[in-house]
Design a protein around this ligand. Structure first.
Ligand SMILES: O=P(O)(O)OC[C@@H](O)[C@@H](O)c1c[nH]c2ccccc12
Length: 264
């Protein structure tokens, strides 16, 4: 019954309840109003694709539930600069602590180091986290359809829109895709990793791509290692990619990012 995602979401709800008790929404809202202007996340990806390039969302990820520690030498501002130098379009920064060893401060530090738009990569279960994301300086938030009901997803998207944030909605199967299309965001991610079992299969994007309407921007997520992997995703219509581990494992992140983006 209790898969990985159920556990993560239950823990997240408890964590958010504690955060709410420690800091009232009104205080976070005040910080959100004072935050740096939003950088257009969807706009940056659209511009990359428009100019014939891939849109790369490069992820700053220290550890994961499936792999444990991914990168020991973990310096978010240095990684942000390396990704930018290598040609990334946007950044994704894990802020989930219990499962990914992320931190809110990593997002703040990474964003301050570059001019790229930044996704707060976390498990959003409550609109409070969206206001938090804005207060931290995030430009985009993640909605995982497997974690939320239609009503919860819509509530979180509304909160993001109210804060001026972009939304990446993530799906893993046909039913989730159909539900995601009820949302307004143009940014549609297909996660090649099943968050319930943590198994990865990049055929997932190939299978779902044909059902993604032309007015959505398809992002292929997870399990992407080589230019050939990106070409395979591009062949079914993906021009944007979310990549973490394969770049995080390299000593020279700039060179690895450049190499990944090399078109065959
Ligand atoms: O490290 P990878 O296999 O390149 O995957 C990156 C990203 O897609 C993955 O971290 C991810 C996708 N959806 C998520 C939701 C929560 C946490 C993490 C994720």
């Amino acid at each position: 019954m209790s898969d990985v995602l159920d556990r993560i979401n239950a823990d997240k709800r408890a964590l958010v309840a504690a955060r709410k008790a420690a800091r009232p929404l009104s205080s976070v809202e005040e910080a959100a109003r004072a935050a740096d202007p939003v950088r257009g996340f969807v706009r940056a990806l659209g511009a990359a694709v428009e100019s014939g390039r891939y849109g790369l969302i490069a992820e700053i990820k220290k550890a994961s539930p499936s792999k444990g520690l991914i990168r020991a030498d973990f310096d978010p501002p240095a990684l942000a600069r390396a990704y930018r130098e290598g040609g990334a379009t946007c950044l994704s920064v894990l802020t989930d602590e219990p499962y990914f060893q992320g931190r809110d401060e990593y997002l703040v530090a990474a964003r301050a180091a570059v001019d790229l738009p930044v996704l707060r990569k976390d498990f959003m279960v409550d609109p409070y986290q969206i206001v938090e994301a804005r207060a931290l300086g995030a430009d985009c938030i993640l909605i995982i359809m497997a974690s939320l009901s239609d009503a919860q997803a819509a509530e979180i998207e509304d909160a993001a829109i109210a804060q001026g944030l972009d939304v990446l909605v993530e799906v893993h199967d046909r039913a989730e895709l159909d539900r995601a299309l009820l949302l307004r965001t143009p940014l549609l991610g297909v996660n090649n990793r099943n968050l319930k079992t943590l198994a990865v299969d990049i055929a997932t994007t190939e299978e779902l791509a044909r059902n993604v309407p032309a007015d959505r921007m398809l992002v292929a997520e997870s399990g992407l290692y080589t230019p050939a992997d990106l070409s395979r995703m591009a062949a079914v219509g993906a021009r944007c990619f979310l990549v973490g581990e394969s770049l995080m494992r390299q000593a020279d992140v700039t060179a690895a990012t450049r190499a990944l983006l090399t078109r065959e």
